[in-house]
Design a protein around this ligand. Structure first.
Ligand code: GLU
Length: 428
C-alpha cells in the first residue's frame, strides 16, 4: 500500500495548495494552517468493577474568528491529536462554507465505546466535561456528536456542564436527544444534507436520479440517512452499504440485487453500526469483503465512514460508470486519490460542503436553545435544504468562475470568509 499522509498533514496540504492559489498573506496562512488552541488531557474513570482506568482526551479549537468553535467529539480507539487537529480544521471550513456564524473545533477520547457499560460511558462523558468545562460554553466552544458518540452522551455532558456552572445551559452541546434540548431533524440532518448536495450536483451534471445507483461506505448515522434520502427523496437505488463488524474486527459490504432496504438494515444493526450478517443473508443480502463497495458498477459513490478510505490504492478500483463522489465522511479522499478523480473527470462534492448538514442543524439547535422555542421537523429540514443548496451553488459558482476543482473552490469560499472575519476583528 502506498505511504499515506496522516489526516492533519492532508488537511494542511489541501490548505497550502489553495493558500498558494489565493496568494494568501504568510501571517494569515500561519494562523490558519495550525489550530489556535489545543487541549490534551487525562480522564480518570471509575469502572464498574471498582478499578480506575485513565483515558486520553482531546479538544482542539482551530479558529473562532467567525464565532464560537464548533464540532463533534469522537470516541475512537485509534484517535490521535493529529486526527483531532485535522477534523477541527475541517470544521472551520465547514462552518464557513455553510455560512453559519461559528468557528471550528473537534474533540476526542481514545476509546472503543463498545467495550464500556452504559454507566462507564456516562462517567467517561462527565469526566471529559469535568476537565474541559472552563474552556467550552455556548459562546466559546460547542461540542456535538461524531463517530462513537450519541445524543444520549450529549445529554449527559450538557447536564454535567449545567451542574458545574450552576444553571441549565442547553446551548453548550448540540445533537442532544429530543425532549432534552435537542432539535427535530438533527438525527437525519447530516445524511439528508449529503443528499441535498447530491441532488444539486445531479442537476448540474444532468443525471437522472431515478435511474441512478449509489454505493455507500458506512452504515452509521450519516450513511443510514444518506441511504434513506437517496432512495426516498431522489428515487434512486442503493446497491450496497459497507460497515465495520466489531465482532470480527473487519468490515463487510452488504449488497442486494434489488437494492438495499435501509429500513430493514436499521432493524438488524446494533448501536455501534455492526450489522447482523446471518439476518442479512436470510433476506437475500450478499456479504462480501469491506472494500467491495468501492468497486461496484454504480453512478454515485458516497464514502460515509471515516478518513482516508478512498486512497491511491482503492481509487483505481472505481468503476468507469461512476460520475459523482459525495463525501459524507470527513476526509475520506486522500490528495493522491483526488488527483485520480480529477484526471478521470469525476465530479466531487468535498466533505466539508457535502456533510455540513449536521453542523448546520446543530447551529439551528443552539438558536432554538437560546430562544427556548422549538421548530417543527419540517421547518428545520426546509431551512437546512435552503442552506445546503446555497452552499453548494456558491461553491459550484466559484469552481466555474476560477476554473478549479470543487474541493479547491470550497476552500476558496471558506478561506475567503474566515480571512474576512479575521481582518474585521483586526487579526490580519
Ligand atoms: N460531527 C459533525 C461534523 O463533523 C457535526 C458537528 C456539530 O454538529 O457540531 O460535522
Amino acid at each position: 500500500m502506498a505511504e499515506q499522509l496522516n489526516a492533519f498533514e492532508m488537511a494542511q496540504e489541501q490548505f497550502d495548495h489553495v493558500a498558494k492559489l489565493l496568494k494568501l498573506d504568510s501571517t494569515v496562512s500561519e494562523m490558519l494552517r495550525w489550530p489556535m488552541r489545543e487541549y490534551s488531557f487525562r480522564i480518570p474513570v471509575r469502572m464498574d468493577d471498582g478499578s480506575t482506568r485513565v483515558f486520553q482526551g482531546f479538544r482542539v479549537q482551530h479558529n473562532d474568528a467567525r464565532g464560537p468553535n464548533k464540532g463533534g467529539i469522537r470516541f475512537h480507539p485509534a484517535e490521535t491529536l493529529d486526527t483531532v487537529r485535522a477534523l477541527a480544521t475541517w470544521m472551520t471550513w465547514k462552518c464557513a462554507v455553510a455560512d453559519i456564524p461559528l468557528g471550528g473545533g473537534k474533540g476526542g477520547i481514545i476509546v472503543d465505546p463498545a467495550t464500556l457499560s452504559v454507566h462507564e460511558k456516562e462517567r467517561l462523558c462527565r469526566g471529559w466535561v469535568d476537565v474541559m468545562w472552563k474552556n467550552i460554553g455556548p459562546r466559546n466552544d460547542v461540542p456535538a456528536p461524531d463517530v462513537g458518540t450519541t445524543p444520549q452522551m450529549m445529554g449527559w455532558m450538557m447536564d454535567e456542564y449545567s451542574k458545574l456552572v450552576g444553571q441549565y445551559t442547553p446551548g453548550v452541546f448540540t445533537g442532544k436527544p429530543l425532549g432534552g434540548g435537542g432539535s427535530e431533524g438533527r438525527t437525519e440532518a447530516t445524511g439528508y444534507g449529503v443528499i441535498y448536495t447530491v441532488r444539486e450536483a445531479m442537476k448540474h451534471l444532468k443525471m437522472d436520479p431515478k435511474n441512478s445507483v449509489a454505493a455507500i461506505e458506512g452504515f452509521g448515522n450519516v450513511a443510514q440517512y444518506a441511504a434513506i434520502g437517496f432512495i426516498e427523496m431522489l428515487g434512486g437505488k442503493v446497491a450496497c452499504v459497507s460497515c465495520w463488524d466489531r465482532n470480527d474486527k473487519k468490515s463487510y459490504t452488504y449488497s442486494h440485487k434489488d437494492g438495499i432496504d435501509p429500513h430493514f438494515l436499521l432493524t438488524i444493526v446494533d448501536e455501534y453500526g455492526t450489522i447482523d450478517k446471518k439476518k442479512a443473508q436470510d433476506k437475500g443480502y450478499v456479504v462480501e469483503d469491506g472494500g467491495a463497495w468501492i468497486t461496484k458498477d454504480v453512478d454515485v459513490l458516497i464514502p460515509a465512514a471515516i478518513e482516508g478510505h478512498v486512497n491511491a490504492d482503492t481509487v483505481k478500483t472505481i468503476s468507469k460508470r461512476v460520475k459523482l463522489v459525495a463525501e459524507g465522511a470527513n476526509g475520506p479522499v486522500t490528495p493522491e486519490a483526488d488527483e485520480y478523480l480529477k484526471a478521470n473527470k469525476i465530479f466531487e462534492i468535498p466533505d466539508f460542503l457535502c456533510n455540513a448538514g449536521g453542523v448546520t442543524t446543530s447551529y439551528f439547535e443552539s438558536v432554538q436553545n437560546d430562544m427556548n422555542f422549538y421548530w417543527t421537523k419540517q421547518e428545520v429540514l426546509e431551512k437546512l435544504d435552503t442552506k445546503m443548496t446555497q452552499a453548494f451553488n456558491a461553491v459550484l459558482h466559484m469552481s466555474e468562475k476560477e476554473k478549479v476543482y470543487m474541493r479547491d473552490a470550497a476552500y476558496m469560499v471558506a478561506i475567503d470568509r474566515v480571512v474576512k472575519a479575521m481582518q474585521l476583528r483586526g487579526w490580519a
